[in-house]
Design a protein around this ligand. Sequence first.
Ligand SMILES: [Zn+2]
Length: 390
Amino acid sequence: MTERDSTTIQRSYKFRFYPTSVQRQQLAMELGHARWVWNTCLAWRGRQYRLHDKHVGGVDFSRQLTFLKGLGPYAWLKEASATCLIQKLRDQDTAFRNFFAGRAKYPRFKKRTHTQSIRYQLDQRQVAGRYRAGEFLKLPKLGALKLMWSRRPQGVPKMVTVTQDGAGRYFVSFMCEETLQSLPRKPNGIGVDLGISDVVVTSEGWKSGNPRHLKTHARQLRKAQRRLSRKRKGSVRWHHQRIRVAKAHARVSNTRQDWLHKLTTTLIRQAGLIALETLNVRGMMANRCIAKALGDVGMHELKRQLAYKAQWYGRELVQVDRWAPTSKTCSECGAVQKAMPLKVRQWTCPDCQTAHDRDINAAKNILRLTTGGRPESHARGGVHPLEVVA
Ligand SMILES: [Zn+2]
């Protein structure tokens, strides 16, 4: 572990805001124009490629844009903030880079019903009059936004993204560079078992519980989706129900996100080294149950948060191949049992008479695998540093 007291990180913030009716109109126009630019450029790129085998990008299109603005039929393009349109083209370039690198699907055309966003560049020379953390944010052509500051950011953003989600709510989000004090150093390591009755159990016996309220929200979401499928697409009722579905979606993801943040922060505070199982083993009973509780996204998100928080706070994170028989092995003497059905929560090792809690025992074995365990367990489980997933 490196010797350090503080680190510089990029922390992202997202705040809801309530536009006035004038701002709402302005935003509808900005978002609409940005969408037009995105879709037109996307179509143009596709055509250039198909017909002329030519790769064109945002820079080429912005030249076309300047040309179009000078023509009568396209003069309306001048209503929108020029920087928002340019940023939209840069976003599309990024989307294509991700596509070519195999990280994302081919960029899609945007519809009004999708989540939409525009990005503003904050001029750093004038930023003092435009932004003060926790107090005000003024954007070009929109003026001051009524922001719900739920936290007070440190630092000053360079870019601000304005989003309208499918449920018609508005948000601003931005990144700030911040200095982070390291947590007190911890000499210990913990193993983390991902389980059923508790999502996380550590080798020190800490249990996370299972967020049951998530299930309630998920059930409400499914109900709303079923209702949507029964409505005639495009009708007024369908439109209202679509907004209800979007809100239910947001509720599920917010609750899950809150819960996961608390969980990962708690884990990071507990130890200097955290050993985790690999999560990408499909078809396993335990994984199916966790997936039910948290959703597939939840597992990925758990790992992602642990990875970046470990980096922020100078903790070490390693992962252990799940092929090791962590549940069947006695963490005291190393004896491997023939079978360990999932319903067995407590058991006593026949060899050394130690009484075990199933999950804590598994967590202890996971930790042992990372710190050089017995040869028989080591032969079947490998240890490698967890890659940071962005
Ligand atoms: Zn034993």
